[in-house]
Design a protein. Structure first.
Length: 297
């Protein structure tokens, strides 16, 4: 697989390139991104620092990162993180030597990534560029560049029509490159409201693929089979899938409020359990999210 070997210009809070976003996500994300007027800017700080600082956020980052590194080519391969927001998943990859492009339609989210990069070494910051655009516009804004890996984690759930979205992601991948997608699991939407005692909502969830998330935003769920078919249609062969977040997503109530830094939770053991669950049936089938990895033909 091809890889970029030249460092990007150093990133500061003002170094956000790209163009005005026409139509991007129809709705913002468990990773909220904005549209024309950056509607979701008020949620950016809450998501970047709030969600990723919680136990659920830590589990999500750890499990997805472990899966992802099993499929990535070695650094300094070029990676694009579509809807990458504050860089929580991709800045660690820059630390490992990857050349990272973070694409997001929300200027506020990208500003969060720029702020995070201020706490990194100059060497790491030089490996990252921030570009304001959406998935469908990324190909043109990035000048037709193709990448060894295309990441899109927790964004597709905010699109009403996943077909053009997955096609745009596939177009960003070079032949042999990987496409890494994280989506909401349509097979178990009733689980969270049921575990929280919201029985009417749980009953309705059996017959829908929509659900309002913790940010109060309407989201759409996918099945592994349907999303795999869309990737195949776009020229990407699915090669593996994993669950993301099971026991820490409402199954164990004490975990929901636990602060990973307080010592109340044995974090290493908890992460190990979630990682094992993500790879084994029937546990992975019951996870809140799923992680699908494919290879561009």
């Amino acid at each position: 697989m091809g890889a970029a070997t030249t460092d990007f210009p150093a990133v500061t809070g003002a170094a956000i390139s790209g163009s005005a976003v026409p139509a991007g996500r129809d709705d913002p994300a468990e990773h909220p991104g904005g549209q024309r007027q950056d509607t979701w800017a008020p949620l950016a700080d809450r998501f970047i620092r709030g969600h990723y600082g919680t136990l659920r956020g830590r589990v999500r980052t750890h499990v997805i990162g472990a899966h992802l590194r099993e499929h990535l080519p070695p650094p300094p391969a070029a990676i694009v993180d579509v809807g990458g927001g504050g860089g929580n998943q991709s800045i660690p990859l820059a630390r490992s030597g990857y050349q990272v492009t973070i694409v997001d339609p929300s200027e506020a989210m990208l500003a969060g990534a720029a702020e995070a990069l201020e706490h990194e070494t100059a060497e790491v910051a030089r490996r990252v560029r921030l570009v304001r655009t959406d998935a469908e516009g990324a190909g043109a804004v990035l000048g037709g560049q193709r990448f060894a890996a295309v990441l899109c984690h927790g964004v597709i759930m905010y699109t009403d029509d996943p077909r053009p979205f997955t096609a745009a992601l596939a177009d960003l991948a070079e032949p042999g490159g990987i496409v890494s997608l994280v989506a909401k699991n349509a097979r178990c939407l009733a689980t969270r409201p049921a575990l929280e005692g919201r029985w009417a909502e749980a009953l309705a969830a059996f017959d829908t693929d929509r659900q309002v998330n913790g940010l109060g935003v309407d989201t759409r769920a996918d099945t592994i089979d349907d999303l795999s078919a869309l990737l195949s249609e776009a020229g990407v062969k699915p090669v593996a899938w994993y669950g993301v977040r099971l026991f820490t997503d409402g199954w164990v109530s004490s975990c929901d409020q636990a602060d990973p830094g307080t010592g109340r939770t044995d974090l290493n053991a908890l992460l190990a359990v979630e990682l094992q669950a993500s790879r084994r049936d029937p546990y992975r089938q019951l996870s809140r999210l799923f992680h699908l990895v494919g290879v561009r033909r």
